[in-house]
Design a binder for this molecule. Structure first.
Ligand SMILES: Cc1cc2nc3c(=O)[nH]c(=O)nc-3n(C[C@H](O)[C@H](O)[C@H](O)COP(=O)(O)OP(=O)(O)OC[C@H]3O[C@@H](n4cnc5c(N)ncnc54)[C@H](O)[C@@H]3O)c2cc1C
Length: 500
């Protein structure tokens, strides 16, 4: 995460940086004093998203972030340090700190590099402060499983556009994951005369308390402690590594996927830590490649980050990486039905309601709702991406926009046109309707063969289930002809409509 830190060398001066173990370790080894700085940057929190102006950081992620910062502060305190927390843009905070300390110390600013525009703009602004005030800057790369310098590409422009090419290269060339850096030692103290403030709470950002929804499959809090507990529990206590491949498409269970993404996204958990823990598990249990599929997925995360490095702002363009011109439909009414889970397609609605209420949605759900928005409703994928940006606990700019352009057919999907059949997906991944019943209780009494297609129920069946279409649950805003192949066989029904 972008935790900014200032360290001071007693002989030479002070250092400012983003905290990751690599930066922290460097500062600790090279300086006598270290000041760790975290900025709640209003541009990341209270501002609106780029095109559609959704709140940039929804309440669930903000809560998770605050917990993360509190945890970081506590861990730093336990190691003899602390966290200087500000609600201000980093370049101003850094400037003030440089001005405060530069009379007495020569200063080095340290941060971990990001790749996307808003973040690199911050880095550029900090570099500018450094140049103007003649202080040093030290930058690290630390967000991916594989270090870009270990890849056989002399420039990001040679990075492959297809995931499988990337993964196969890693395997055939046996690219190594760099070792973890031990940061367990006592940290260097803060510089003098620094006032440490409390971490702000939700109400400081105008929110009331965000309750964890009782039905969430992500019941975790933010911070490294909670991340390491989950890793320990997933790998060792519950012994889930081996079952991941079988369960990973599940929609309903906390333990059917790792749930590492939110900690990975804000830097509380290192992908390398996960990798080495899985390797240790494989060695101790004598099962080669037991964690292959988890690492396979984490490589997707690297892939999207390197794609963002290669293509820059193009991952945000309506046409994505494609060279075609796309005109996406803009229809706020339809979008609102999708966003709030009122499309009348229960599988889509259940996923969207889950996300609205908890900030979480499974990977299977995300793929489906993205396909529905862009391929069925043919709405602007940026609507969807920005809504995800706002609401997801695990929002990560590269994974989010990379996956969205992929699903919208303007990214890295080698398949020309991938289009999910909502009804097939619903019956494949929620055959008993458990997931839909969880998030759309008003449909709970429908029998399994109608739970995903209530519009096919007879009036008697609807009455028996206490469902009144258009009243207790919406009629579908669209029915795709192909859905017909997946419904129960005694019904002859075909149409393609948008009522919206
Ligand atoms: C439209 C769309 C938007 C998405 N937005 C985000 C996002 O903002 N942030 C985010 O972290 N993931 C995003 N994903 C990827 C994926 O859905 C989540 O990473 C995953 O659901 C997180 O659950 P988990 O940690 O239990 O994953 P697991 O299935 O346990 O996978 C382990 C780890 O692998 C990585 N991973 C898995 N699938 C993907 C993937 N498709 N792309 C990139 N990394 C992956 C994640 O870091 C994850 O924690 C998105 C996917 C789609 C289809």
């Amino acid at each position: 995460m972008q935790e900014r830190t200032l360290a001071r060398n007693a002989v030479d001066g002070a250092i400012l940086f983003f905290i990751y173990s690599q930066a922290l370790s460097w500062a600790n080894n090279n300086c006598d004093n270290v000041l760790n700085v975290y900025c709640f940057d209003p541009r990341e929190i209270t501002a609106g998203t780029y095109k559609y102006d959704f709140p940039k950081c929804g309440i669930h992620r903000l809560k998770f972030l605050i917990e993360t910062v509190i945890c970081l502060k506590t861990l730093l305190e336990e190691k003899g340090s602390n966290l200087f927390v500000q609600r201000e843009i980093p370049e101003i905070v850094i400037l003030n700190l440089v001005q405060k300390f530069k009379q007495h110390y020569s200063i080095t600013i340290i941060f971990h590099q990001e790749v996307t525009r808003e973040e690199t703009d911050v880095e550029a602004a900090i570099r500018k402060v450094a140049i103007e005030h003649k202080v040093n800057v030290k930058e690290f790369w630390g967000l991916t499983l594989f270090h870009p310098n270990d890849l056989p590409y002399t420039s990001p422009k040679f990075f492959p556009d297809v995931y499988t090419t990337f993964r196969t290269m890693l395997e055939t060339k046996n690219i190594r994951v760099r070792k973890l850096i031990d940061c367990s030692q006592q940290l260097k103290p803060l510089p003098d005369n620094i006032e440490i403030l409390q971490v702000p709470n939700l109400s400081d950002f105008g929110h009331s308390v965000a309750e964890i929804h009782a039905k969430t499959v992500f019941p975790f809090s933010g911070g490294e402690t909670s991340a390491l507990n989950r890793l320990q529990s997933y790998v060792w206590t519950k012994d889930l590594v081996q079952s991941y491949k079988k369960t990973r498409n599940s929609l309903v269970n906390v333990d059917h996927t790792t749930k590492f993404s939110a900690w990975l996204s804000n830097g509380s958990l290192s992908p390398r830590k996960i990798y080495f823990e899985i390797k240790r598990y494989e060695k101790e249990c004598g099962i080669n490649d037991a964690g292959y599929w988890i690492i396979f997925e984490i490589i997707w995360r690297d892939f999207f980050r390197f794609i963002a490095t290669k293509y820059g702002n193009r991952i945000f363009y309506p046409s994505g990486l494609s060279n075609k011109k796309y005109v996406w439909k803009q229809d706020v009414n339809l979008f609102e039905k999708w966003r709030t889970g009122h499309t009348g397609c229960p599988f889509v609605d259940a996923n969207m309601r889950e996300m609205l209420l908890t900030g979480w949605q499974s990977n299977r759900g995300r793929q489906n709702v993205a396909s529905y928005l862009t391929k069925d409703l043919q709405l602007d994928w940026q609507y969807g991406a920005e809504w995800f940006e706002s609401i997801l606990i695990d929002y990560d700019v590269c994974s989010n926009y990379g996956n969205w352009i992929y699903q919208a057919g303007v990214g890295n999907d080698p398949r020309e046109y991938r289009h999910f059949n909502m009804i097939k997906q619903a019956f494949d991944y929620d055959p008993e309707g458990e997931f839909v019943r969880t998030w759309i209780p008003e449909l709970a009494k429908l029998p399994n063969d109608l739970i995903h297609t209530p519009w096919l129920a007879s009036s008697i069946e609807l009455k028996q289930a206490n469902v009144e279409l258009g009243v207790t649950y919406p009629r579908p805003i669209m029915i795709v002809p192909q859905w017909n192949n997946r419904v129960r066989s005694n019904v002859n029904y075909i149409c393609f409509i948008i009522l919206g």
